[in-house]
Unconditional design. Structure first.
Ligand code: NAP
Ligand code: ZN
Ligand code: ZN
Length: 350
């Protein structure tokens, strides 16, 4: 076992503090790597604040992890020391259920995926995430970061990137598709960039017009404020797909009414409270309400290669670990443009 520095939450209300955690010695199939950058996802905040149920404190969050391989197990074939690699939201799954076999491990029906943090690994030990100096992960749950993508920009792709890439592909984003992205935060801004790169017509629906200039620069074709009731009148029946990335509960009926006949609202945000769905806007136009969770390992690799090819990078603000608690406050205030990424250098020092 090795000891590394990390930032952990010890309760729902206390700030995250610096601590040390242990990582297992790499087994035959494991890749050990130094974490160089880790993104801050709103899911980290929901988790540590106990909004999805009481987590296993202490929790070291972070599931947007980019780094460089330092050791590989004897049976590892895909990676070698020095490779640039990433890990997203999960580090294992059953590997034999239909979902795992189909490469959608995030929907594992054989016990569920093993989260990168706040879960229990195959070895019976709690998993701890990317706000730390190093990690050990089975090679089958590691992806390769293309050379053209800097590690700090790669980190947010591993959750925010694939969480938008997967539904955009599943609902066939491309020329002629009218897609609305609700919420211009970490996920939303990736939806704009990826959707535009796929050739779809992208509309941002944000609470205000404060970030309109950014949204249009990122590739959106249209931008509207949801605080303006006119938005819901003039855009009625406009979209084939709505990707809702908002971390809070919305009036879903109002958004369903913005879909065409047979349109689909895809729920990506995971607010703390239950969602209320009125039946008339749904049944009346044969609309669908769906959801989507991150993406599988193969799809995550495909997304990284797509970003390489189409020059898609997140917009990031790199911070030191001692800024994490302030960054959380800013995310909660929708004051993020558009992902905080932790430079973990100080956590790699002994
Ligand atoms: P984020 O950066 O905080 O972005 C969320 C955005 O939602 C904000 O920037 C804001 O956009 C909007 N928003 C926030 N509060 C709102 C409110 N009260 N009313 C209306 N709009 C509001 O968060 P994120 O990291 O993108 O994550 C977003 C959500 O997705 C979280 O719930 C997270 O847990 C979830 N998530 C899901 C998956 C998945 O696999 N499905 C993966 C990762 C994250 P505007 O300022 O533009 O209005
Ligand atoms: Zn995430
Ligand atoms: Zn499975």
């Amino acid at each position: 076992m090795s000891t590394v520095s990390a930032y952990a939450a010890t309760s729902a209300t206390a700030p995250l503090t610096k601590t040390t955690i242990t990582r297992r010695e790499p087994g035959p199939h494991d890749v050990a790597f130094d974490i160089v950058f880790a993104g801050i996802c709103h899911s980290d905040i929901h988790t540590v604040k106990g909004e999805w149920g009481k987590p296993r404190y202490p929790v070291v969050p972070g599931h947007e992890i980019a780094g460089v391989v330092t050791a590989v197990g004897s049976a590892v074939t895909k990676y070698q020391v020095g490779d640039r690699v990433g890990v997203g939201c999960f580090v294992d799954s059953c590997r034999s259920c239909p979902s795992c076999v189909a490469g959608v491990e995030q929907y594992c029906t054989g016990g569920g995926m093993v989260g990168t943090y706040n879960a229990v690994g195959r070895d019976g030990e709690p998993t701890q995430g990317g706000y730390s100096g190093a990690i050990v992960v089975d090679e089958n749950y590691v992806v390769r970061i293309p050379d053209s993508i800097p590690l700090d920009a790669a980190a947010p792709l591993l959750c925010a990137g694939v969480t938008l890439y997967s539904p955009l592909r599943h609902w066939s984003a491309g020329p002629g598709k009218r897609i609305a992205v609700v919420g211009l935060g970490g996920l939303g801004h990736m939806g704009v960039k990826l959707g535009a790169a796929m050739g779809a017509e992208i509309t941002v629906l944000s609470q205000s017009l404060k970030k309109m200039e950014d949204g249009l620069r990122l590739g959106a074709h249209h931008y509207h404020a949801t605080s303006d009731p006119e938005t819901f009148k003039k855009l009625r029946g406009s979209f084939d797909v709505i990707l809702n990335t908002v971390s809070a509960n919305l009036d879903l009926g109002a958004y369903l009414n913005l879909l065409t006949v047979d349109g689909t609202l895809v729920e990506l945000g995971m607010p703390e409270h239950e969602m209320k769905v009125p039946p008339f806007p749904l049944a009346g136009m044969r609309r669908s309400l769906s959801g989507s969770m991150i993406g599988g390992i193969a799809e995550t690799q495909e997304m990284l290669d797509f970003c390489d090819e189409h020059d898609v990078r997140p917009e990031i603000e790199v911070i030191a670990p001692d800024y994490i608690n302030t960054a959380y406050e800013r995310v909660l205030a929708s004051d993020v443009r558009y992902r905080f990424v932790i430079d973990t250098e100080s956590l790699r020092q002994p």
